[in-house]
Design a protein around this ligand. Structure first.
Ligand SMILES: Nc1nc2c(c(=O)[nH]1)N[C@H]1C(S)=C(S)[C@@H](COP(=O)(O)O)O[C@H]1N2
Ligand SMILES: [Mo]
Length: 252
């Protein structure tokens, strides 16, 4: 763990060298302290590294803003109806009783969970904003089980660095680092505004991670893989979105 004074030192190092001409030094410092995001190789590589490194050093433990009930948006906007696959329709027809979330990778005991299993664990709620990169946003109350709870149940190996999550929507997956995976506001979310999570908003289960923008909050997730490297997942940059040019780390 990086302590506060060392954190300050690295940060001022990052800032000073970025302000001067030594961007290569930023890259080297970030590498040294494990602060390089998986999509650092692109045209904006150094920018992504600087954003991720400074946010990780400054805000690793900070919380996304929570709102009072009175601020819940009357008409939350779903940007997608449902994955219109036969398999999804079959599960939806059975009210998701046959639906499972499977968890594997660097864990002591791979497992799979029904929605009833997930609902039997301690549930948490927060009223937070979902902000799309396209400019719209809304506030809702999100309920779920903290991802950290499920990761503790399966026993994550110490070398784990990322959690990859996959949607039932074809070719849709993303990943987060362990700081976000273990963050108290990061939920496997099955509820919204007091009811079950509606299908248009990702029901029966979505990732809810209010410290990153909308597109990291994948809907219809059914599979988690804990890993120490993202090489081997798609082209290795950490998400499908990133393969289309969006940042892997999209902190707010
Ligand atoms: N499976 C899946 N998850 C997804 C998306 C999607 O198209 N498919 N869109 C993302 C984007 S860009 C945003 S802004 C949010 C929107 O969440 P909402 O539809 O519940 O408002 O979902 C994210 N999760
Ligand atoms: Mo979005």
């Amino acid at each position: 763990m990086i302590n506060l004074s060392r954190r300050k030192l690295i940060l001022s190092g990052l800032a000073a060298t970025a302000g001067a001409s030594g961007l290569a030094v930023v890259a080297r410092l970030s590498q040294k302290y494990g602060l390089v995001p998986p999509d650092h190789g692109g045209i904006y590589g150094l920018g992504e590294t600087l954003t991720y490194a400074s946010q990780r050093l400054l805000t690793r433990h900070s919380l996304a803003r929570e709102f009072p009930h009175s601020r819940i948006s009357p008409r939350p906007f779903p940007n997608e109806i449902s994955p219109l696959t036969e398999e999804f329709k079959r599960l939806q027809g059975g009210r998701f009783a046959d639906w499972r979330l499977s968890v594997d990778g660097l864990v002591a005991e791979p497992a799979s969970f029904s929605i009833a299993d997930l609902k039997s664990y301690p549930s948490r709620s927060h009223i937070t904003e979902l902000a799309c990169e396209e400019g719209w946003s809304y506030i809702a109350e999100w309920t779920g089980v903290p991802l950290s709870h499920v990761l503790n149940l399966v026993g994550v190996h110490p070398e784990a660095k990322y959690v990859v999550y996959t949607s039932m929507e074809p070719d849709t997956w993303d990943s987060i680092d362990m700081a976000d995976a273990l963050h108290p506001q990061t939920f496997l979310c099955y509820g919204m505004n007091g009811g079950d999570l509606p299908v248009p908003h990702g029901g029966p289960l979505r990732m809810r991670l209010p410290r990153q923008v909308g597109y990291k909050n994948l809907k219809f997730i059914t599979h988690l893989t804990v890993t120490d490297k993202l090489k081997g997942f798609g082209n290795g940059c950490g998400s499908v979105a990133c393969e289309y040019g969006y940042a892997w780390y999209a902190g707010i």
